[in-house]
Design a protein around this ligand. Structure first.
Ligand SMILES: CC(C)=CCC/C(C)=C/CC/C(C)=C/COP(=O)(O)O
Length: 275
């Protein structure tokens, strides 16, 4: 979402060009700082700190194209799948930076930031866990308790699975993100996948399958899921691929919740065994 008010058009301008990318090593720096044993010309090109490296990586892929002839990772020298992946990541970083228009108050769409933060809270784990626990406590029907209990289990499962993937992949959040989220775990310094996107997708499916039947409300649920995902990128919290993968993961997590569904009989069995 490029805006004429964008502050540094030179840094983030340009357009993504599909095809060969000769800066594959730049994406490695997204997850870990360059190795001390890296050749000096790499260190020089990257900048010595990871933030500079990530800022360079989010420049337009077109800007990076003819700049790596001395690196030995020029296009066509690696396997084609790696080139394709590098190009995809280059487009991802470029697009995410273009869309990160609410990353801080003085960003081009900074005035919308409070609204985006409201969406952030609406998809945060704490309100969802607390709200579900409250409904579970207040529910006076067995069917209601069953649904709420399974939603609660799904939310816990989501936190665990997202935590595991974040800890394994360890992709840093975009350089333009301001880390001012409330109540985060240590793995939440990583961005892949977006926990808000997994939760929104899983809870969205759950709501549509078990709780929300009226058509206008179902549309609202879908709209909320989409807006939560979009707000992650606009706030600069995530790259586009973090959110896309998060949606897919949340969609699959709902299948898992259905497979592991705790029925009253299962619960009675479990409680009976432990008694
Ligand atoms: C009771 C309990 C264990 C609550 C934990 C809830 C909690 C702190 C969830 C983390 C939510 C969060 C900030 C996720 C990060 O989302 P991203 O979309 O930025 O990956």
């Amino acid at each position: 979402m490029p805006s004429p008010k964008a502050k540094n058009p030179g840094r983030s301008g340009g357009s993504p060009v599909l095809g060969s990318s000769n800066g594959r090593y730049e994406f490695m720096s997204l997850t870990k700082p360059l190795n001390r044993s890296s050749p000096p010309h790499l260190l020089q090109r990257q900048g010595s700190d990871p933030t500079t490296a990530r800022l360079r990586a989010s420049e337009s892929p077109t800007r990076r194209r003819g700049s790596g002839s001395s690196t030995g990772s020029a296009s066509g020298q690696g396997p084609p799948e790696e080139d394709a992946l590098s190009s995809l990541l280059a487009i991802d970083l470029w697009l995410s930076k273009q869309l990160g228009v609410c990353a801080c108050e003085d960003s081009s769409w900074g005035s919308v930031r409070p609204l985006m933060k409201l969406l952030e809270i609406s998809g945060h784990g704490i309100p969802w866990l607390a709200g579900t626990a409250y409904c579970l406590y207040k529910s006076d029907s067995a069917a209601g308790q069953e649904v709420m209990l399974n939603l609660f289990m799904g939310l816990l499962l989501d936190l665990i699975l997202v935590g595991i993937v974040k800890a394994v992949v360890r992709r840093r959040r975009p350089a333009h993100n301001r880390m001012d989220m409330f109540a985060t775990f240590s793995v939440d310094r990583y961005s892949f996948p977006s926990g808000h996107a997994t939760r929104a997708a899983m809870c969205g499916r759950f709501l549509l399958a078990h709780l929300v039947l009226a058509a206008p409300l179902r549309v609202l649920v879908l709209l909320w899921v989409g807006l939560v995902g979009l707000s992650r990128v606009m706030l600069g919290r995530h790259n586009v691929t973090d959110v896309m993968f998060g949606f897919w993961m949340g969609y699959c997590q709902y299948n898992l919740v259905e497979m592991l569904w705790l029925s009253p009989q299962t619960l009675q069995g479990l409680l009976g065994q432990s008694a």
